[in-house]
Design a protein around this ligand. Structure first.
Ligand SMILES: NC(=O)c1ccc[n+]([C@@H]2O[C@H](COP(=O)([O-])OP(=O)(O)OC[C@H]3O[C@@H](n4cnc5c(N)ncnc54)[C@H](OP(=O)(O)O)[C@@H]3O)[C@@H](O)[C@H]2O)c1
Length: 315
């Protein structure tokens, strides 16, 4: 069902993680739709502020601040992430799990009607080597079971439309670099653009069927790994040097990174391991985009456009 700007503008929103990549877009879209937006931030320093938005300070580990922030709020959109490589692993349980539970409880206690939450594709308690995924799986479930209506989105790789990632990969290929990939060529690569994810988060309270449900997001037009690299070859004219390695090979590397306290590498290898072990397929985005009225780019067509521009820039 199509949603109008007027539908979106009804009621009061709280957006958390409002300075983050997704939260910033959500706040701006809501403000542009004419909604009342309160944004939870760590610091209300002037550089964070958009006109027409109420900024309040708070932290997921401080439930009192969340109770104050959710006061008078109808719709909560939770965009916090604690997994930045610069932050300690100890924050994962404290923020991704307990902090999200604190927010869910504060929203419920204050009578909010709905909360949408960003989780991650493949969130599962079985990935005990990477605490982000079990923590998110548990906090997702707490939201689904809570009094406040909840919709959980589990996105694949979240990308902007700049194509910078693709350009870096193209550069690696052109300079003879090798891509080591754990898992098999026919596994799906799943991406979602940040502005589309923002629309899912914003629209979810308008679709009653989405209450108390979990959706994996990514696509449409997603590719398998093999198809992805074949497009590089087709449009750049150079064969990508891609090696598919058994996923178990990543385990000693991940363990060494943890021993050496190289947390950015440990995070990256953990994610690669989950990617190599994840059995779920491409999400049915054609169904979801209709349900949530989100206009989506086709990932494959977008990638081809970026590759063509990389080729054109060579000339
Ligand atoms: N990157 C991906 O490809 C990917 C894929 C799937 C899912 N996700 C998930 O998507 C979500 C959003 O990611 P993103 O890249 O948009 O976020 P981001 O840019 O990393 O920003 C995270 C936001 O959370 C805030 N924050 C962190 N700890 C907090 C706390 N204790 N209390 C209150 N706010 C806190 C940060 O504020 P400060 O900057 O002030 O600390 C920042 O505004 C995350 O949950 C992430 O796990 C990401």
């Amino acid at each position: 069902m199509p949603f109008t700007q007027q539908d979106i503008a009804q009621g009061n929103y709280l957006v958390t993680g409002a300075t983050g990549r997704t939260g910033r877009i959500v706040v701006e879209k809501l403000r542009d739709a004419g909604a009342n937006v309160r944004a939870l931030v760590h610091s209300t320093a002037p550089e964070h502020q958009l006109d027409g938005v109420e900024y309040v300070e708070g932290d997921y580990q401080d439930k009192e601040s969340l109770l104050a922030a959710t006061h008078g709020i109808d719709w909560v959109i939770a965009c916090v992430g604690a997994q930045s490589a610069t932050r300690g692993l100890h924050l994962i349980e404290a923020v991704e799990y307990q902090g999200t539970v604190n927010l869910t409880e504060a929203a419920s206690e204050n009578g909010a009607k709905h909360m949408s939450l960003i989780s991650v594709r493949g969130a599962d308690t079985r990935w005990d080597f990477y605490p982000v995924y079990p923590a998110k799986a548990r906090s997702d479930q707490r939201l689904i079971d809570a009094r406040v209506g909840g919709t959980v989105f589990r996105p694949g790789g979240m990308i902007d439309t700049s194509g910078d990632i693709v350009r870096r990969q193209a550069n690696t290929i052109k300079t003879g670099g090798t891509m080591n990939i754990y898992g098999t060529p026919n596994q799906p690569m799943v991406f979602i653009f940040l502005d589309e994810l923002a629309d899912y988060l914003i629209h979810s309270h308008l679709e009653r069927r989405a209450y108390n449900n979990i959706y994996e997001l990514g696509g449409p037009g997603n590719l398998t790994r093999e198809e992805y690299w074949a497009l590089f070859e087709e449009y750049l004219g150079i064969k990508a040097n891609v090696r598919y390695l058994p996923v178990d090979d990543v385990v000693p590397l991940r363990q060494a990174a943890i021993r050496e306290q190289n947390m950015p590498l440990a995070h990256q290898l953990s994610r690669e391991e989950i990617g190599g072990r994840n059995e779920s397929g491409h999400p049915p985005m054609n169904i979801y985009s209709r349900l949530f009225d989100v206009k989506q780019r086709d990932f494959r067509l977008w990638l081809i456009g970026i590759l063509k521009s990389v080729k054109a820039e060579e000339r």
